[in-house]
Structure formats: structure tokens, C-alpha cells
Design a protein around this ligand. Structure first.
Ligand code: ATP
Ligand code: SKM
Ligand code: MG
Length: 166
């Protein structure tokens, strides 16, 4: 979900595993030469999702060994989840909606899907609706860690257990 900690944990995991880190939103921004908000505003979500799927495919083809922070919506469009499940090991950061609200309430305006909401209650309602729809996608990740224990050490432990059972 937005604000779940993908970038923070992703960077730390990349350092721990000595892998390059990439953030899919940043790759889209670089490829488009404009911000995510500008893409949404000028060309709409459908265009953004198309570009997101294309940039994801180009990135994975160019750089198959990496830690990638996706966007919150990435697994829910254009069979991106199937691609991620086939080509890598996916981790879902499960963060309760009230905690997401705390993290995002002062940063929602810059986010196209969370902008123009009147207050924290409206933000909470929007995030709850979004998560209710997305949960079915997120739950297909083979690895899951729940806040507040989404640490590098917790993920290393999850990985060791996963690899031992594979
Ligand atoms: N484990 C954590 N505990 C508490 N706060 C955290 C944690 N991880 C990240 N944060 C804070 O939550 C906010 C969002 O973190 P981050 O940018 O890593 O999330 P994200 O999933 O990448 O968000 P985005 O939707 O912007 O891509 C930041 O203010 C960050 O400092
Ligand atoms: O949750 C989402 O759908 C989004 C999250 C951001 O990371 C961006 O990818 C974009 O704002 C859409
Ligand atoms: Mg991020």
C-alpha cells in the first residue's frame, strides 16, 4: 500500500543483500521526464498503468538481480503480479490502515489517488476501500511481514524459512 515502507525497507534490504535498489515510481518518473502526479493529471490513470507495466518489464529485462520497490497499485494491473511472481520473490508489507493514515496524512496531497480528501477520516475510508480491493493481489506474495516488525532481520528470517521449505 502507499506508505507501507517499501522504499525504506527496500533500500535497507538492498544494502544487506548487496544488490542494487530500484523504485518503480522513480523509474517511471525518469522515463516520462515528469512527476507521477503530472502523469496522472495530464494523461490519466490508464496511461500511467500502461507506462508502469512497460517500465517494469524493461527494468526486469535489463536488471534481473535487484531489490525493487513497486508502486502500491503495481500488482493489480496488466498481469504485473504474475510477472513478479515468475521472475522474483515478492514480499508484502502488511500495515494496518490507521498506521498508513498516520504516515500519509501530511503527504496525501501530492498523491494522485489520495489527493483532495477533506480530512483524515476520508483518507482512512479511501485507504480501507483500496486495501479491500487489493488484498487479493497482495496476499499472493509468498513472503509477508506485518508492521511493526518489517525489519531487515525479520525478512532475512522469512527468507531462510522460505528457502528451507522450498
Ligand atoms: N517500519 C516503519 N515504521 C514506521 N514508519 C515507517 C516505517 N517504514 C517507513 N516509515 C515511514 O513511513 C513513511 C513512508 O515510508 P516509505 O516512503 O518507505 O513507504 P513507501 O511504501 O515507499 O511509500 P510510497 O507510497 O510513497 O512509495 C515515511 O515517512 C517513512 O519514514
Ligand atoms: O497505490 C497506487 O496505486 C499508487 C502508488 C504510488 O506509488 C504510485 O505508483 C501511484 O501514485 C499509484
Ligand atoms: Mg516509495
Amino acid at each position: 500500500m502507499p506508505g507501507a515502507g517499501k522504499t525504506t525497507l527496500g533500500r535497507a534490504l538492498a544494502t544487506a543483500f548487496e544488490l542494487p535498489f530500484r523504485d518503480l515510481d522513480e523509474e517511471i518518473v525518469r522515463s516520462e521526464g515528469r512527476s507521477v502526479a503530472d502523469v496522472f493529471q495530464a494523461d490519466g490513470e490508464e496511461y500511467f498503468r500502461r507506462r508502469e507495466a512497460e517500465v517494469l518489464r524493461v527494468l526486469l529485462a535489463q536488471q534481473p538481480r535487484l531489490v525493487l520497490a513497486t508502486g502500491g497499485g503495481t500488482p493489480c494491473f496488466h498481469n504485473n503480479l504474475e510477472l513478479l511472481l515468475e521472475t522474483g520473490l515478492t514480499l508484502y508489507l502488511a500495515v494496518p490502515v490507521p498506521e498508513l493514515v498516520r504516515r500519509l496524512q501530511h503527504a496525501a496531497a501530492a498523491r494522485p489517488l489520495l489527493a483532495r480528501l477533506p480530512d483524515a477520516a476520508a483518507l482512512e475510508a479511501r485507504l480501507s476501500e483500496t486495501l479491500a480491493y487489493r488484498q487479493r493481489f497482495y496476499d499472493r506474495a509468498p513472503l509477508r511481514c506485518a508492521a511493526p516488525t518489517c525489519t531487515v532481520e525479520a525478512v532475512q528470517h522469512l527468507l531462510a524459512t522460505y528457502q528451507a521449505s522450498a
